[in-house]
Design a protein around this ligand. Sequence first.
Ligand code: NI
Length: 177
Amino acid sequence: MIRDVLKMGDPRLWRSAKPVEQFATPALHALIADLEDTMRHLDGAGLAAPQIGVDLRLVIFGVDRNVRYPEAEQVPWTVLINPVLTPLSSEVEEAWEGCLSVPGLRGWVPRWRHLRYTGFDASGRPIDRRVAGFHARVVQHECDHLDGILYPMRIKDFTRFGFVDQLFPDGGAGAAE
Ligand code: NI
């Protein structure tokens, strides 16, 4: 079921979400199905449970080869629960981000370039990956939602934060969430 996505300003987006304690339950599978329906409907690259008002540490993400963003790297379709993120170097990379909770805007956001993330899938099986670049960025963006952080809070240069049609009058809006 497609759910409403909360927008920046809604106090539920500022919460620190609670760990998932039971895996492979009907309620958990229903939540994941709703997140997937909502993300695909809005053509997003990821979505976090708090964005639909569910106070749990669960994110989904995934990017297929997309004709609209031919430069975007493929990111495997993933359900990530109770994630732990660890930067693997001090290297930081900046790129454009958007967010379904901040519609119509883009910002230039610094993120760790090299990242290890661990957590669990919907069945409780462990996930442990080392990634870089766009994949690492998507994971950091989504997991920030679990701690009440939206990407504008990470921006350093506010001359590179604005409306898509103003920043990119010729198109090419960068990666959406
Ligand atoms: Ni977001």
